[in-house]
Design a binder for this molecule. Structure first.
Ligand SMILES: [Zn+2]
Ligand SMILES: [Zn+2]
Length: 425
């Protein structure tokens, strides 16, 4: 087998070892969002050792390492830093079961290779590695505390970094995510991710004796129950391509059987495939629960938590990525255009800046479970590195591939105001 077939490209044995060492070191120190202190230290040491300047402590633990001249076309290699919490019987512990340690190691080593090969100097471009904390939407208590202390403004790393201007000078984003077991197709391109928002509705009625005087009370559960029906009917009001998913749960309904319930709480995610459908569904939901409550004389309060935007990939960059993949594998080993029900904060970035997140296989066990491992290191680390490196090189070498978002400022203003609700806080 020649080196090209192995996906080795011109990577030396030492470079391959270094990438695996970094990947294994990061995999061995899983940390939850905004607490990726040891992982950040490992990356900082890596850039120090390789003479690459970087900013650290961005949104608590994030890192931005850059090569090339400011003002040139600027590509960001974006990777997630955080782990998940998994459960094994009674024990819960942080674990890299979403493969974020792989993306981080690969993108860091790709930046180092690009520097050593002088790609930024040769082309007049700029490349940054941006490690973002807290992609997984979990552990709200810790994040609420960090918010109170003024360390973060938003619960997702990329949202917080966007609000602090970390991406303001970036022209396009290249990222990757593990997405399948070893043995299957090697890559996927141009998949979409759903967007979501979180709704919590508090129905407030009036308690009274359920036998002697129910008419003196107002049953909060009746309001919630009517709203559950209304929400189910809402699913008919958007077309199938909207990908609307609504799964409300009654998370609390206090009281005992001889008391008319005073309060009931309904919570749900609302998911949809495009921002327009998601915002429309959010409005319909609010109208539905408010009026179901009103119909029975029950007060409602809606508490909104911002989720992630739907993700649509840049077609132009996808084409470049696709061409690099075909240097390494056959067309039928690349899955295309999957409409995924999963979400990620790459959706928020993709709304503002042309972005791709190509998928790669190589997992063993199940993603997001306690039995996850990397089975195919050749694909997970080396072919992906090659795709990312060659994509950057191709874009920087050909100005016709250098897409930008001319509406960045306008879109960012809308994003901060309407999506993150900056002025509502
Ligand atoms: Zn995940
Ligand atoms: Zn993930």
């Amino acid at each position: 087998m020649n080196t090209e077939e192995k996906g080795l490209g011109s990577w030396t044995e030492r470079e391959r070892e270094e990438l695996l060492e970094l990947g294994h070191a990061l995999f061995a120190c899983p940390e939850l969002g905004f607490q990726e202190v040891k992982s950040a230290r490992i990356l900082e040491d890596f850039f120090e050792k390789n003479g690459i300047s970087f900013e650290k402590g961005l949104s608590v633990t994030g890192i931005k390492a850059s090569i090339g001249k400011k003002g040139g076309y600027h590509i960001a290699l974006v990777a997630d830093m955080d782990a998940l919490e998994v459960r094994d019987g009674e024990n819960a512990y942080p674990f890299h079961s979403c493969g974020h340690s792989i993306q981080t190691a690969v993108m860091a080593c790709v930046l180092k290779r690009l520097k050593e090969r002088g790609i930024a100097e040769k082309t007049g471009g700029q490349v940054s590695f941006i490690a973002a904390p807290a992609e997984e939407f979990i552990d709200f208590e810790t994040r609420a505390k960090l918010k109170e202390e003024g360390k973060i403004r938003y619960f997702s790393g990329k949202q917080d970094m966007i609000s602090k201007g970390v991406f303001d000078d970036v022209d396009c984003v290249i990222s990757m995510h593990i997405n399948g077991d070893s043995g299957g197709p090697l890559f996927d391109i141009n998949s979409t991710l759903a967007g979501f928002m979180v709704k919590k509705v508090i129905f407030r009625g009036k308690a009274s004796h359920s036998g002697a005087a129910p008419h003196l009370g107002r049953n909060a559960l009746h309001g919630a129950s009517l709203a559950m029906d209304g929400i189910a009917y809402l699913k008919d009001q958007l077309p199938p391509e909207a990908g609307l998913k609504l799964h409300p749960v009654l998370t609390s309904c206090g009281g005992t059987v001889n008391v008319i319930p005073e309060q009931a709480v309904l919570e749900t995610y609302i998911r949809a495939n495009t921002l327009e459908y998601l915002l429309e569904a959010g409005e319909k939901f609010d109208r539905c629960v408010t009026h179901c409550g009103e119909a029975l004389g029950i007060e409602t309060e809606i508490i909104n938590t911002t989720g992630y935007m739907p993700f649509a990939q840049s077609q132009e960059i996808t084409e470049v990525v696709h061409r690099q993949m075909l240097e390494l594998c056959r067309e039928d080993q690349i899955v295309k255009n999957v409409v995924s029900g999963a979400s990620g904060d790459i959706g928020d970035l993709g709304y503002l800046i042309p972005a791709v997140q190509f998928g790669f296989s190589g997992a063993e066990g199940r993603i997001h479970s306690a039995v996850f491992s990397v089975g195919d290191e050749e694909n997970a680390y080396f072919r992906t590195a090659r795709v990312a490196e060659k994509t950057v090189e191709a874009i920087l070498s050909d100005p016709s591939l250098q897409v930008k978002n001319p509406d960045f400022q306008k879109k960012k203003e809308f994003y901060l105001r309407e999506w993150l609700g900056e002025n509502r806080e």
